[in-house]
Design a protein around this ligand. Structure first.
Ligand code: NAD
Length: 497
């Protein structure tokens, strides 16, 4: 039987967004691109074009940076706004997201291939909560009095906004990443030029409009959709941009760090991962299997912190693998607006090919490959897949696949598994499932990752810092640590005699 994922009916509000002419959002208004170029926006579940977006390039970036620079004027509206009022604006942006939560969720399903329930409960809700959380920070950013050993001199530090921020984001969480990047940058008092992924530009443009309605002064937030090698590079290279905050692949993150170094530009990098997840023999197996499967299959494995390397103690290995097969086999692929869908599509044909290649190669290298049920044609679907009998040196155990593909590796003792789990060039997340407190403590100490989960997987919160060790990046999103990335420390010396 050939399946297809038909597009269910779309709400009037979202239809209207899809019908908008391609535009950038600069200086408080939607404007046509100076580049004059456009990009098709595809629904990953059908492969059909659903909208046309601007394909902004260097001229559009120049215009946006000029607007953000004007908005950063020390005597302008944004810089002179009281911290209380800045917090109120951020809070109202969070409210505006929640007021349109269902529509935003629908838009993310169509643009990014999400499943509606998760888009609503996770992407949209988290974006709003990020603005609500950071709304509390402008009134709490403080310096210190410094006890210098010079008579007649008073020294204090103050925390100043770093300036104009260039934010570049990935396609897997378009709206949510706006919350992660924009909310702390705005709370710190910066102005921003955001370049969303060329795959998923729609929600960021809508958010920018709502931010103006919420009271954000014109020019404080500008959005230029476009490709990485044009708009992205222009933003990184622009001398008027003081800081780049980037979420995306490790390969592009390295290029950005190299280019930014030319101007000693501040950079925060949130990059890829190959996160290790360990099931010890004393774990609550029901929770461990459910949590591990949920972690990798959610959003079809297109999450940076996906627990894609699962180490299972040999004594429970076969049982765990069988249960994972059953969960994967039970996931029905379909359009994310269809309430019976358990597994959505991948973002595009290139990503589908990449994932399928990895699975093929694992089989050729001698691993056992269990592929889930048939998927619809037309869109970019890949079935839930479990690779077992794999070795640590295989590509499927080392490289980020970014699909619904789990690699399972058996282990025999704790020292061995902690060493193997940590032998990765990445370090974004890690997890352990055990009832043994000593095991849990040893593992959380030993595993070098920005987030370590014990008996759970995947939760994030605006208050909890998120980021990577090693090639998963540097700097942090979320929590108080992320604010530091948008602030400079200034020492002020007053000679009072
Ligand atoms: P990507 O690196 O291909 O693209 C990310 C963004 O960078 C896009 O906006 C793209 O247009 C832009 N870009 C591409 N080339 C550029 C260049 N030369 N200069 C400037 N900008 C450029 O990543 P992707 O495929 O969109 O996203 C998937 C990757 O993102 C995965 O590796 C995933 O792990 C990672 N990711 C990490 C986190 C995290 O918090 N650590 C979160 C989400 C996704």
């Amino acid at each position: 039987m050939t399946l297809t994922a038909e597009t269910p009916t779309v709400s009037a509000a979202v239809s209207a967004r899809l019908a908008l002419a391609p535009h950038v959002f600069v200086d408080g208004t939607a404007q046509t691109t100076l580049s004059g170029k456009n990009l098709p926006v595809l629904d990953p579940a059908t492969g059909q074009m659903i909208a046309t977006a601007a394909d902004g390039d260097a001229v559009d970036i120049n215009r946006a940076v000029a607007a953000a620079t004007r908005a950063f004027d020390p005597s302008g509206e944004w810089r002179t706004m009281t911290p209380v009022e800045r917090g109120r604006v951020l809070h109202r942006i969070g409210d505006a997201i929640l007021d349109r939560a269902d529509e935003f969720a629908e838009l993310e399903v169509l643009d990014a291939g999400k499943v509606r329930g998760a888009a609503r409960a996770i992407d949209v809700d988290f974006a709003a909560r990020a603005f609500h959380y950071f709304a509390g920070w402008p009134t709490k950013i403080t310096g210190a009095t410094v006890p210098v050993s010079h008579p007649g001199i008073h020294v204090r530090t103050e925390k100043d906004p770093v300036g104009v921020v260039g934010a570049i984001t990935a396609w897997n969480f378009p709206l949510l990443l706006c919350g992660w990047k924009l909310a702390p940058a705005l709370a710190a008092g910066c102005t921003v030029v955001l370049k969303p992924s060329e795959e998923t530009p729609l929600s960021a443009l809508w958010l920018a409009e709502l931010a103006i309605e919420a009271g954000l002064p014109a020019g404080v937030l500008n959005v230029v959709p476009g490709r990485g090698d044009t708009a992205g590079e222009a933003l990184v290279d622009h001398p008027g941009v003081d800081k780049i905050t980037f979420t995306g692949s490790t390969a592009v993150g390295k290029q950005i760090a190299r280019r930014a170094a030319e101007q000693v530009k501040r950079v925060t990098l949130e990059l890829g991962g190959k996160s290790a997840n360990i099931i010890f023999p004393d774990a609550d197996l029901d929770a461990a299997v459910e949590g591990s499967a949920g972690g990798i299959f959610w959003h079809s494995g297109q999450t940076c912190s996906a627990p894609s390397r699962l180490f299972v103690h040999r004594s429970v290995h076969d049982e765990v693998v069988e249960r994972l097969h059953a969960i994967g086999d039970g996931l029905r692929s379909g359009h994310g607006l269809d309430p019976t869908t358990g597994l959505g599509p991948l973002i595009n044909a290139r990503q589908l090919e990449r994932v399928a290649d990895h699975v093929r190669r694992a089989g050729e290298e001698g691993a056992r490959v269990h592929i889930g049920p048939d998927v619809p044609t037309g869109g970019f679907f890949h079935p839930a897949t479990v690779i077992s009998d794999a070795r640590d040196d295989m590509a499927c155990a080392r490289e980020e696949i970014f699909g619904p593909v789990l690699t399972v590796l058996p282990f025999d003792d704790t020292d061995e598994v902690l060493r193997r789990a940590d032998a990765s060039e990445y370090g974004l997340a890690a997890g352990v499932w055990t009832q043994n407190v000593s095991n849990a403590h040893r593992a959380t100490k030993a595993l070098r990752a920005g987030t370590v989960y014990v008996n759970g997987w995947g939760l994030t919160d605006p208050a909890a810092p998120f980021g990577g060790f090693r090639q998963s990046g540097y700097g942090r999103d979320l929590g108080p640590d992320s604010l530091e990335g948008y602030l400079e420390t200034k020492s002020v010396w007053t000679f009072h005699g």
